[in-house]
Design a protein around this ligand. Structure first.
Ligand code: PEP
Ligand code: MG
Length: 889
């Protein structure tokens, strides 16, 4: 096994082995670009080290061989006294983990070679500054010395000289500082700062390996869902210096604008500086375009290289470069991060340039980016006063009055106020307040904090961990870093896509992408901006290639129409329980309470025309497309009054000796129907079998509505779906009754009806016996919400707010299984049921209507297991279309 690769030996496809940085340095080297020579130690070496506690035996010799070669190429030796080669030792994992792991620069400097460097560079100050930086960085990251000790000493040196900037310290000051830094190292570690350059290098390499398992890195990986077992590569690269005078400098560049996607000269340059100075913001950078007048030769060369990189990577690249005395060096490149809008623009621009094809363009964007583009945004032109910034935890733009407790949030929102709930952090007790609020702002906690997890689950805007905001819930106020006090009732605006917090009301503008999907903005029209054009084109590619059809979960004509505008190819789930609320509740109540057949029939009779009208409207909105109507699913007590409220009412009436017969009867029924675990109780098909006439009334309403639509020359395509089936016997009983009713309606109307009847698969038993169930079902729709609930034994209404934060933090799963399908568990049952269902009935129609139907990762899974369609809420339809296209491309 080979553990070390020279930059000339690797390439960009070796990211697993060489990390992103190493692979791209090798790629650039092989393209003939000016990369300072060096080599990469593989992630395999790191993994061996982390697993066994010691480096692989062969590593030392391999490093020696590569160092020899490097020294020969450079014509100088590492740390050589009169003419030292210096190297940087940098981490570089497969996925970029900015600032999470260690880097040490200027390795090879010692008490002797610092003089050599000074002579070589003709600059004493520069050499001593490099040396003090090495001791500081090495001391902190490799030897574990408290970094503040160095900072304090540096501050003291400046104070003693009455200056404020590091650059005001001269060579003499820095010499003294080096002495002091060495003392700090000795004091903290009991050993001298190592003077042997090879020892410096070896220790730094080990430190980089170790930094893979640093707390920061681990946390970052959990949040970004990067596997923990990848390890990092280590890049050893000969140093070039941008701080040798005005003919030197350092900069960053993008081959196109990461915000708009436009090609051009984008980047920053800092003359006479090293990379760290740019990051630290010590001096102001100038726009990259100015490099042309500073150093035309390097500028022209850089432009040429950018062109080469773009055509080679066929994508936006970001670049770090250094100019050392007029010589340009490339220190890093990678396919650059971009905004969601730029991703769409760039993908279509690259198609137009002939660099990529449409299938590739689809891979350059994703559903999460599209979803981001569909949120309303704050008006960019508005005048705003930013008061803080936290983590962008759940996207959206929310405006409301500041409240500091859930009780007030609920109270104010009931009286019609929009509120932003502000807490130090949230816990399950804040749930009501979170539901009532427009958005949530916390000063503590990260992307997996309670506030973040719950807000994302609710699709609510959330900014968390805005540390500089001092939240004082007792005094109902918050103080910003600059001393602005926000009192309860003051209006604040929070941006869940950027994490920014503003005082006052920032105007919100609708998303142009939603306007486009709504049909209010046409991609061909003059006012359509580039973004809408790009989205339009990408969606067209996706629709052309996808195999999965996309339907909507919708229960009224309005949602159905929107879904259709968004591209829905039917309704995959109409939850009829939503049709039994409001004034219709009384009929359901009477149905439940009925003592006699007549009473029951009367309430069913009252419900029938109402239900029928619902379906007529729905079938009309979805004319020509399938509409899956699910018969009543939830436990009956959901339609009855709250048990506590009712008990109090009865008790009061009793005490006052007022008549309360009806309430008493109701209370008895509520008691009778009360269940400890209603989600596993009398619901779904069980209701249909226990309450006579309920399901047949619904089936009759569907059949009569369909007949009416046919009569009106419409094209209704109704499908009747039975929920919570666990065994084929249940389904057979319902089917028998349903077929009889349909036959009756056909006979009455003289209209032939084709109504498919199928079932949801949302219990493990149903999945396991799907082969039998398919004998009575013309279609399956996987109810992955209930299936996840029953497979994991997780109460879907409770767990996300209670212990999921802890589970996410412990890394038990990276994302809630209610959000993204658990492929190994729930998904494996889906796969099994698909196979068994098709074995019994080859033309069985298969879909999914749980929340997962609109989740990007899950859509890929459903494509892969061979479902015919996914069904999701109207707003997620574009995302599902896009991801279905990406899965098929
Ligand atoms: C499901 O369980 O996945 C489903 C779609 O049904 P509901 O969410 O209504 O229980
Ligand atoms: Mg369900």
């Amino acid at each position: 096994q080979k553990f070390v690769y020279d930059f000339t030996e690797g390439n960009k496809d070796l990211k697993d082995l060489l990390g992103g940085k190493g692979a791209n340095l090798a790629e650039m080297t092989n393209l003939g670009l000016p990369v300072p020579p060096g080599f990469t130690i593989t992630t395999e070496a790191c993994k061996t080290y982390l697993d066994s506690g010691s480096e692989p035996a062969a590593l030392r010799d391999e490093v020696s061989a590569h160092l020899d070669a490097l020294e020969q190429k450079m014509g100088k030796k590492l740390g050589q006294a009169d003419n030292p080669l210096l190297v940087s030792v940098r981490s570089g994992a497969k996925f970029s983990m900015p600032g999470m792991m260690d880097t040490v620069l200027n390795i090879g400097l010692s008490d002797k070679s610092v003089e050599g460097l000074a002579a070589q560079a003709g600059n004493e100050r520069f050499a001593w500054d490099s040396y003090r930086r090495l001791i500081q960085m090495f001391g902190k990251t490799v030897l574990g010395v408290d970094g503040e000790l160095f900072e304090d000493a540096l501050d003291e040196a400046k104070a003693a000289k009455k200056v404020t900037s590091d650059t005001d310290l001269d060579a003499g000051d820095l010499k003294k500082l080096v002495k002091q830094f060495k003392k700090i190292v000795k004091g903290a570690t009991g050993r001298d700062f190592p003077q042997d350059p090879r020892e410096q290098m070896d220790l730094a390499i080990k430190a980089v390996f170790d930094s893979w398992n640093g707390d920061r890195a681990k946390l970052y990986r959990r949040q970004e869902r990067i596997p923990h077992d990848l390890g990092t590569a280590v890049n050893v690269c000969s140093m070039v210096f941008g701080n040798l005078g005005p003919d030197s400098g350092t900069g960053v560049a993008f081959t196109r604008d990461p915000a708009s996607g436009h090609q051009g000269v984008y980047g920053d340059y800092l003359q006479n500086a090293q990379g760290e100075d740019v990051v630290a913001g010590i001096r102001n950078t100038v726009p990259l375009a100015e490099l042309e007048s500073i150093d035309k030769k390097s500028y022209d060369q850089l432009m040429q290289i950018m062109e080469t990189l773009e055509t080679h990577y066929k994508d936006l690249c970001d670049i770090e470069f250094t100019i050392e005395r007029g010589q340009l060096w490339m220190l890093q490149t990678r396919v650059g991060k971009r905004t969601a809008g730029a991703a769409f623009r760039i993908a279509t621009q690259l198609v137009d340039q002939g660099l990529i094809d449409e299938a590739e363009a689809l891979q350059r964007v994703n559903g999460a980016q599209l979803a981001q583009l569909m949120f309303p945004k704050f008006d960019e032109n508005a005048k705003v006063e930013q008061i803080g910034r936290g983590i962008a935890a759940s996207p959206g733009a929310a405006v409301g009055k500041a409240v500091f407790d859930s009780y007030t949030a609920v109270k104010w929102s009931r009286s019609g106020e929009k509120v932003i709930l502000i807490r130090r952090e949230t816990n399950p007790d804040d749930l009501d307040g979170m539901i009532a609020a427009e958005g949530i702002l916390t000063s503590r906690g990260g992307k997996t904090s309670h506030a973040a997890v719950v807000a994302r689950g609710m699709g609510k805007t959330c900014v968390c961990g805005a540390e500089e905001l001092e939240v004082d819930t007792k005094r109902r106020r918050m103080t910003t870093a600059s001393g602005v006090v926000v009192e309860e009732g003051d209006v604040v605006s929070i941006d869940g896509s950027t994490g920014k917090v503003y005082i006052g009301e920032v105007p919100v503008v609708p998303s142009p992408v939603v306007e486009y999907f709504e049909g209010r903005m046409h991609a061909g029209a003059d006012d359509a901006d580039e973004l809408v054009q790009a989205v339009h084109r990408i969606m067209a590619y996706a629709d052309r290639v996808r195999r999965l059809r996309v339907r909507a979960n919708a229960d009224n004509a309005e949602d159905a129409s929107r879904a259709r505008r968004f591209g829905a190819q039917g309704i995959g789930l109409c939850r009829t329980e939503h049709m039994f609320l409001g004034e219709r509740r009384q009929y359901v109540e009477r149905l439940i309470l009925a003592d006699t057949d007549e009473e029951r029939e009367e309430s069913l009779k009252a419900l029938l025309p109402l239900q029928k009208q619902d379906f007529v409207e729905l079938f009309e909105a979805m004319d020509g497309l399938p509409v899956t109507v699910r018969l009543l699913d939830p436990p009956l007590h959901e339609f009855l009054p709250d048990i506590t409220e009712l008990s109090v009412r009865v008790a009061l009436a009793e005490a006052r000796k007022e008549p309360h017969e009806n309430d008493l009867r109701l209370l008895q029924a509520v008691h009778r129907l009360h269940e400890q675990n209603p989600m596993l109780g009398l619901r779904g098909v069980r209701l249909g079998l226990v309450i006579p006439g309920l399901f047949t009334m619904q089936v009759r309403a569907i059949a009569e509505a369909a007949a009416q639509r046919i009569d009106a020359k419409g094209d209704p395509r109704a499908e009747i779906m039975i929920p919570l089936v666990g065994t084929v016997q249940e389904l057979e009983l319902v089917r028998e009754e349903a077929e009889a009713v349909i036959a009756e309606v056909q006979a009455q109307t003289g209209i032939e009806l084709k109504l498919a009847l199928g079932t949801m698969i949302e219990l493990p038993r149903a999945a396991v016996t799907a082969g039998q169930i398919a004998e009575a079902a013309e279609f399956f729709s996987f109810g992955t919400n209930d299936l996840t609930q029953t497979v994991w034994g997780f109460s879907r209404d409770d767990v996300e707010a209670s212990f999921f934060t802890a589970y996410l933090e412990k890394g038990i799963f990276g994302v809630s299984p209610f959000e993204t399908i658990d492929k190994d568990g729930v998904g494996s049952l889906v796969r099994q049921a698909v196979e068994a269902g098709r074995a019994t009935r080859p033309d069985i129609k298969l879909g999914v209507c749980g929340e997962h139907g609109g989740d990007p990762e899950s859509v890929h899974f459903f494509h892969e297991v061979g479902l015919d369609y996914v069904s999701c809420s109207p707003f997620r339809i574009p995302v599902a279309r896009l991801e279905a296209g990406r899965a098929a491309a």
